[in-house]
Design a protein around this ligand. Structure first.
Ligand code: ADP
Ligand code: ZN
Ligand code: ZN
Length: 833
C-alpha cells in the first residue's frame, strides 16, 4: 500500500503549511480543498484545509489526519492561490488569510466565534473596560473567534469574561458552530398525480369512509385537500400533522396514505436567505447618451481594469446592470463589491429587480449558517441553485467562484475597503483586481471621487478611463455654499432674536435658516459631523486639567446617553466627574462637539422635527442601521445626523439640504491624504442632496472658506484637486509615486520599545538605506497599555519589492526570537490608508 501525506493550512498565525500522514482508508478519497480535522499543539483540534496531497515522506514523525470533514472540496486551487498572494503581498501568513476567508461555520468548536447578541440594547454604562472593548471590537468585526478576542485584549483566559457577558445577553457564542453546517430540510406532502382526477379520489373516499378503521385516514386526507387547495400545492408535513388532532394517530394514518401511494412526500432544502424573482429585464433599461458611451467603452475596453468616473447620481448603477446582464447571459459570475454593509441594502433591491434569485448577498453581519449557504450556492454546479451575481463587502472576495467573469468595485476610493485589524491588512479594491486577474476577468472601478492612485493609473494608461459628467435625468449638481463661521459668529452676536443658549454656536444662522426652510417644505436634511460623542473633551477652566484614558494617550470623550467619559480607542470609561480632581474646582467645561451633541441641540432648536443619529454608538445592534435607513427613506425621520456613515452612496429621494457642520476638522488632519479625503467626504455627502427632481443645497460651515479643498468642492472640480495633490505627492515622496510599508511596533515598556525600534531601524537602513524613515511616535503614543512606534519604508513605484518584504519579515522574526522580547508585537501595513 502506498503512503500518502498532506500539507494543510491551519487557521493560525504560523509560517507555511504543516504535514500530516493520511490513514490508509483515506487513500484516493482525500483531496486538495477538503477540510480535515487535525491535532496541533498539545490537545487542540483544528479544521485545516488540504493544500496538497503527496508521497514525499518528511524526515520527522508526523501525526495522522484524524478525519475528513467534507465529501467534496470546499475551496478550489485558484482560491488557495489567492490566499497565498494576499499573504505574500500583505506580509502575513496564509493561515491568517484563511481565518478570515472561510465562513465561521466551517470551523471546529475550539475556534468558536463570538458575536453581539441580537437583543443587546447598546447600553454601555454597566460594562467593565474589558467588556466595553469586546463590544467595540465586535462592532468593527461582527464575528471574532474566542482566540482572536483574547489576543486583542491581551488576556490569556477569555472565557470567564465571555461567560458573564453571555449570561447577560450581551454576546453569543454561536452554538451553530459546534456542529458542522447542515442544510435545513423540511418535508412536504403532495397528492400523487394518479389521484389528480376527481373520479378516482371520490372512489377512494367512499372505500375509506365505509370502514371504521380508516376514519383517521379520511380526516388526514380531508385536511390535506383543504390545505392544499384541493391537491394543487404541497403542504409542509409539520403543518398538516399539527392541523389534524392527535399527532401520533395522524402520523400513522399519514404513513398508510403514503404507503398506498395516495400522497407523496418530498424533502426540500429550506433556504435561510431572502429570495425574490426578477420583475424587470436589463434589456429594457434605456441608457442616456453618456451612459451608453460608458457602457460601450467598458464592454470593449482592452485593459484589464477600467475606471468609471461618474459624478454622484450620474447613473453608474444602470451601467453596471447592463454589464452584469452580459456576463450573466454567458453563464458566468459577477462579484459586486461595496465598501459598507449599509450600502448593500439599497443595491440589493435594484439588482434583484433584474436578476432575481441569481443575486446572492454575503457579508459579516449574516449569521454563520446564512454565510455557509451563500458559500454553497456560489460553488454549486446545480444551475437552479447557483448564484451568478454576488454582492457584498470586502469579505465576498473569498467566495468560491466557479466562473468569475466580471468584478465591479463601487465607491472604489472608500477607506472602508481597507482592513486594519486583524491581519491580513488588505485593501479589498486592490485584492479584487488581483482576483479578477487570476480569472482573466475584467475589473470595473467606479466612483464620483476616485482615489488618487486609481486616477493616476488611468492617466498613465495602465487602466482604462471613462467619465460621466452629468447627473441622470437633467438633475443639476447641488449648489454648494459656505457658511463663513467668522462672519456668522459676528452676525449671531449682533442680531437680535437669535436664541441664546444650547447649541447656537455650532450652527450658523445661515444653516439654521436653510434647515427651517427644508422642514417647512416637508423636505429632509442630512447633517454630517465626523466625530461621535457629545463633547470631544472636558477641561477644567481653573487649572486646565483634562481627563485622559488610563490605558491610552488620548483624552476621554463625553457621552451624554451614558453620562460617562469614554475612550474611543479601548472602551475605558468613567462616570462624569462633578469636580476637578486636580484643583477641586467646579468649572469643568465641555470642548468641541460630536454627533450626539448635534442631535441634542436640534431637538431644542426644532422641537417638532424628528431627529435621528447614525454613528457607531447607535448602530451596534445587528439591524439597527437598516432600520435607520428605512425610517429615513420612508420619512419617519426629518433630520439625520451622522458620521461618515451618512456620506456614503446612499440614495434618498427627498433630501434638499445637506450640512457639513465642521469642515475644518477634516482639513487639518495630520496625514498626507487629508486633502484628498476632505474633498472626497465633502463631495460624497453633497451628492446626497437633491435627487429626484429638485436641485439640492449643501452648506459647509468653516472658518476657512478659501481653503483650496473647499473651493474644489464648491466648483465640483475633481481634476483641480487631483493635479494639486499629485504634485505634492511627487515632491514629498508619497503614493502614487512611492509605495509605503508602515511597521508598527508595540510594547508595554517605552524604554524597551525605543531600544528595539532603533535597533530594527538601524538593521533596515543597512539594507534599504534612505528608504527607511523613523522610528517615530504616531499621533497617539500609547493604546491599550502598549506604547507604539512606527517605522516607514518607501519604495519607488518601479522597484520590485517582493524580495524586500521577505527580508523585512525575516529581520522582524530574528528580533522577536530574543527571549526578552517575546511580548513585542510587530505589525506590517502594506499600502497604509
Ligand atoms: P450613481 O450611482 O451614479 O450615484 P444612480 O445609479 O444611483 O447614480 O442613479 C441615480 C438615479 O437615476 C437612480 O434613481 C437611478 O434609478 C436613476 N437612473 C439612472 N440611470 C437611469 C436610466 N438609464 N433609466 C432610468 N433611471 C435611471
Ligand atoms: Zn482644575
Ligand atoms: Zn483607552
Amino acid at each position: 500500500m502506498d503512503t500518502y501525506f498532506v500539507d494543510v493550512i491551519l487557521p493560525l498565525h504560523i509560517h507555511d503549511t504543516y504535514t500530516y500522514r493520511v490513514p490508509q482508508e483515506y487513500n484516493g478519497v482525500i483531496r486538495a480543498g477538503q477540510r480535515v480535522a487535525v491535532q496541533f499543539g498539545n490537545r487542540r483540534l483544528y479544521s485545516a484545509v488540504v493544500r496538497r496531497v503527496h508521497q514525499e515522506a518528511p524526515r520527522y514523525m508526523v501525526k495522522y489526519v484524524l478525519s475528513i470533514l467534507d465529501v467534496e472540496p470546499i475551496v478550489e486551487e485558484r482560491q488557495m492561490r489567492f490566499w497565498e498572494w494576499l499573504a505574500e503581498y500583505y506580509m502575513c501568513y496564509v493561515g491568517d488569510v484563511m481565518a478570515v476567508a472561510l465562513p465561521s461555520a466551517f470551523r471546529l468548536a475550539s475556534e468558536s466565534s463570538v458575536t453581539i447578541h441580537p437583543d443587546f440594547s447598546g447600553e454601555l454604562s454597566d460594562l467593565s473596560a474589558n467588556e466595553m472593548r469586546v463590544v467595540q471590537l465586535l462592532s468593527e468585526h461582527p464575528v471574532m473567534s474566542v482566540d482572536d478576542l483574547g489576543r486583542a485584549l491581551g488576556l490569556q483566559k477569555m472565557m470567564p469574561l465571555l461567560d458573564s457577558m453571555i449570561e447577560r445577553n450581551i454576546v453569543v457564542l454561536e452554538e451553530e458552530l459546534r456542529q458542522r453546517f447542515v442544510p435545513r430540510k423540511s418535508s412536504y406532502i403532495a397528492l400523487a398525480p394518479e389521484y389528480g382526477e376527481p373520479g378516482r379520489l371520490k372512489e377512494l373516499f367512499d372505500t375509506l369512509e365505509a370502514k371504521q378503521s380508516t376514519r383517521k385516514q379520511v380526516d388526514v386526507l380531508m385536511k390535506f385537500m383543504q390545505m392544499s387547495q384541493f391537491g394543487k400545492t404541497a403542504v409542509p408535513k409539520r403543518q398538516l400533522l399539527s392541523a389534524t388532532e392527535g399527532a401520533v394517530v395522524s402520523d400513522s394514518a399519514l404513513k398508510t396514505l403514503l404507503k398506498h401511494g395516495v400522497l407523496r412526500q418530498e424533502d426540500r432544502v429550506e433556504s435561510r436567505l431572502e429570495q425574490g424573482a426578477s420583475t424587470a429585464r436589463a434589456e429594457d433599461i434605456k441608457l442616456n447618451d453618456e451612459q451608453q458611451a460608458a457602457y460601450d467603452y467598458l464592454s470593449q475596453c482592452d485593459k484589464a481594469v477600467a475606471l468609471l468616473h461618474g459624478v454622484t447620481s450620474s447613473g453608474k448603477t444602470e451601467v453596471y446592470i447592463k454589464l452584469i446582464a452580459d456576463v450573466v447571459r454567458r453563464g458566468e459570475q459577477v462579484l459586486f463589491l461595496l465598501p459598507e454593509i449599509a450600502l448593500t441594502a439599497q443595491i440589493i433591491n435594484r439588482l434583484r429587480r433584474y436578476f432575481g434569485d441569481l443575486v446572492g448577498v454575503y457579508h459579516s453581519r449574516f449569521s454563520a449558517s446564512q454565510r455557509a449557504e451563500v458559500w454553497g450556492r456560489t460553488m454549486t454546479q446545480d444551475p437552479g441553485q447557483r448564484y451568478q451575481v454576488l454582492l457584498g463587502a470586502r469579505s465576498a472576495l473569498f467566495l468560491p467562484f466557479r466562473q468569475l467573469g466580471l468584478v465591479i468595485v463601487d465607491e472604489e476610493h472608500d477607506t472602508s475597503y481597507k482592513q486594519y485589524d486583524p491581519s491580513p491588512r488588505y485593501n479589498g479594491r486592490d485584492a479584487a483586481i488581483y482576483l479578477a486577474h487570476l480569472w482573466g476577468a475584467r475589473t470595473v472601478l467606479g466612483s464620483a471621487t476616485p482615489s488618487i492612485e486609481s486616477y493616476f493609473n488611468a492617466r498613465q494608461g495602465k487602466y482604462g478611463l471613462c467619465e460621466m459628467k452629468h447627473r441622470y435625468g437633467g438633475l443639476l449638481m447641488p449648489e454648494v455654499l459656505c457658511a463663513d463661521m467668522k462672519e456668522e459668529m459676528r452676525r449671531m452676536r449682533c442680531e437680535q432674536g437669535v436664541q441664546p443658549g444650547a447649541g447656537t454656536t455650532h450652527f450658523s444662522p445661515f444653516l439654521l435658516e436653510n434647515i427651517q426652510q427644508a422642514l417647512d417644505n416637508h423636505e429632509q436634511v442630512i447633517l454630517f459631523q465626523n466625530r461621535r460623542g457629545f463633547s470631544l473633551r472636558i477641561e477644567c477652566d481653573d487649572c486646565h486639567w483634562i481627563p485622559k484614558c488610563q490605558h491610552c494617550d488620548v483624552s476621554l470623550v463625553y457621552h451624554k446617553a451614558t453620562n460617562s467619559l469614554r475612550c474611543h480607542y479601548c472602551g475605558y470609561s468613567i462616570p462624569l466627574p462633578t469636580e476637578c480632581p486636580a484643583c477641586h474646582g467646579h468649572h469643568l467645561t465641555m470642548k468641541g462637539f460630536g454627533t450626539e451633541r448635534i442631535e441634542d441641540d436640534l431637538g431644542i432648536l426644532f422641537p417638532k422635527a424628528k431627529v435621528a443619529r447614525m454613528d457607531l454608538d447607535t448602530t451596534l445592534q445587528k439591524n439597527r442601521y437598516l432600520e435607520i435607513i428605512s425610517d429615513f427613506q420612508d420619512r419617519r425621520i426629518d433630520i439625520l445626523v451622522g458620521t461618515q456613515m451618512v456620506t456614503k452612496g446612499l440614495d434618498f429621494d427627498h433630501v434638499s439640504v445637506v450640512g457639513i457642520v465642521s469642515a475644518d476638522n477634516m482639513l487639518y488632519f495630520p496625514d498626507f491624504r487629508a486633502y484628498e479625503r476632505a474633498f472626497q467626504q465633502m463631495t460624497q455627502v453633497s451628492g446626497r442632496a437633491g435627487r429626484h427632481g429638485h436641485r439640492g443645497k449643501v452648506i459647509i460651515q468653516t472658518f476657512n472658506p478659501y481653503h483650496q479643498a473647499i473651493r474644489n468642492v464648491i466648483d465640483n472640480d475633481y481634476l483641480a484637486m487631483y493635479e494639486s495633490q499629485v504634485t505634492d505627492r511627487r515632491v514629498f515622496r508619497y503614493p502614487p509615486y512611492y509605495r509605503l510599508i508602515t511597521i508598527t511596533m508595540k510594547h508595554r515598556d517605552p524604554d524597551t520599545l525605543n531600544e528595539v525600534a532603533d535597533r530594527y531601524a538601524r538593521e533596515l537602513r543597512g539594507v534599504f538605506a534612505t528608504r527607511v524613515v523613523g522610528p517615530e511616535y504616531p499621533s497617539v503614543v500609547r493604546v491599550r497599555g502598549l506604547y507604539l512606534k512606527n517605522i516607514m519604508l518607501r519604495f519607488e513605484r518601479t522597484e520590485a519589492i517582493a524580495q524586500a518584504k521577505r527580508i523585512i519579515m525575516e529581520m522582524a522574526d530574528k528580533l522577536k526570537s530574543d527571549k526578552h522580547l517575546s511580548s513585542l508585537q510587530i505589525h506590517f501595513d502594506v499600502d497604509p490608508q
